[in-house]
Design a binder for this molecule. Structure first.
Ligand SMILES: Nc1nc2c(ncn2[C@@H]2O[C@H](COP(=O)(O)OP(=O)(O)OP(=O)(O)O)[C@@H](O)[C@H]2O)c(=O)[nH]1
Ligand SMILES: [Mg+2]
Length: 337
């Protein structure tokens, strides 16, 4: 429902063939070998573009070939290189090899490029095979074929709000309370392996999209846990809701948890550090010690951030949080939403 998908075939250009030729000159009895090399075939490159919103164009136009290299010619002329082609895709597109299922690239920022099929090398002409003892070579190579690939392109819908926090903070439970999304919920870390999207409906028919993300841990920006690949995607959200478990169950200090995640976001990128954020204390029903909650609240408000307290079990604070999120994201949204 939230995923736009297209299957395409890309074929890079074949290399041109090397040429077999000998120089022929009047009064020069032994013309040397003069066959030029074939040109390289063009590449196929995916480019993330802000001008593209969907993958629709690829559904109707699923085959894309780059130009082949020209063959080498006599007089040591190298064949011209084939033109490369660029396929513009929306920012946020992920490309998979459709044959093996392998993920090839994840284009999360505008202008990002990925060489998806490499052009074939041109073959060498016979001039290249000449040596002092082998002066009239007839060897010459055919061009190498350009890479051909079947791809599955996938575009995840852009979310307005990204839920971030430690594993087990209650992110998936919250999205299941405020939207129709039903992600897996369990009391062990890293339950969520892929982002889940949910649409939050307001009584006045407005709506916004929330992404439940895999939990972050210290070192996420260096690739610890599952963090980094998803951090790229939350760069595109309008608002971060930072969930902090304030119950005793985590066994950690909420202020320390909060600072750890903040530091991870900042080490990942400046734009994440600068993203608007609200802070949500979760599992209030199970918070035994009001001093722990108060300490975090002071810390957060000291940084000028808005503070919310919720329990996804009792429902405490859920409606207020929903409206606060809506107010933030819909206020910043362009007029057409
Ligand atoms: N008491 C209480 N438990 C909660 C609340 N919200 C979530 N939990 C429990 O906390 C555990 C983790 O919840 P999840 O929603 O899976 O946590 P998550 O942040 O999505 O975790 P990861 O996907 O691993 O990052 C589950 O056992 C939930 O039942 C709450 O408001 N109160
Ligand atoms: Mg989860």
């Amino acid at each position: 429902m939230f995923i736009d998908e297209a299957r395409i075939v890309v074929k890079a250009g074949d290399g041109g063939n090397g040429c077999l030729a000998f120089r022929r000159e009047k009064y020069v009895p032994k013309g040397g070998p003069s066959g030029g090399d074939g040109g390289r075939g063009g590449d196929v490159v995916l480019v993330a573009s802000e001008h593209e919103n969907t993958l629709l164009r690829y559904r109707f136009n699923p085959e894309h070939k780059a130009q082949r290299g020209r063959h080498g010619e006599g007089s040591n002329k190298t064949g011209a290189e084939g033109y490369s082609i660029e396929l513009p895709v929306p920012v946020g597109t992920v490309a998979y090899d459709d044959t093996t299922g392998e993920k090839l690239c994840d284009l999360a920022a505008a202008g990002e490029r990925f060489l998806i099929a490499r052009g074939g090398r041109g073959g060498r002409g016979n001039a290249r095979f000449a040596t002092s003892t082998h002066q009239a070579p007839t060897e010459h190579e055919p061009g190498r074929p350009g890479q051909e690939r079947r791809l599955r392109l996938e575009l995840k819908l852009l979310a307005d709000v990204g839920l971030v926090g430690f594993p087990n903070a209650g992110k998936s439970t919250l999205i299941s309370r405020i939207s129709a999304a039903r992600p897996k919920i369990a009391d062990y870390p890293f339950t969520t392996l892929e982002p889940n999207l949910g649409v939050v409906q307001l009584p006045d028919y407005r709506s916004f999209v929330v992404a439940d993300l895999p939990g972050l841990i210290e070192g996420a920006h260096e690739g610890h846990g599952l963090g980094i690949q998803f951090l790229r995607h939350i760069e595109r959200t309008r608002l971060l809701a930072h969930l902090v478990d304030v119950s005793e169950a985590s066994g950690r200090d909420p202020v320390h948890d909060f600072d750890t995640i903040l530091a991870e976001l900042a080490s990942f990128s400046e734009s994440l550090a600068a993203k608007p954020m609200i802070v949500v204390a979760t599992k209030m029903d199970a918070a035994q010690d009001p001093a722990r909650v108060a300490a975090l609240r002071r810390h957060v408000e000291g940084l000028g951030l808005s503070w919310f307290e919720i329990s996804s079990i009792s429902g405490l604070g859920i409606e207020a949080l929903k409206f606060a999120m809506a107010e933030r994201v819909l206020a910043e949204a362009p007029a057409n939403r």
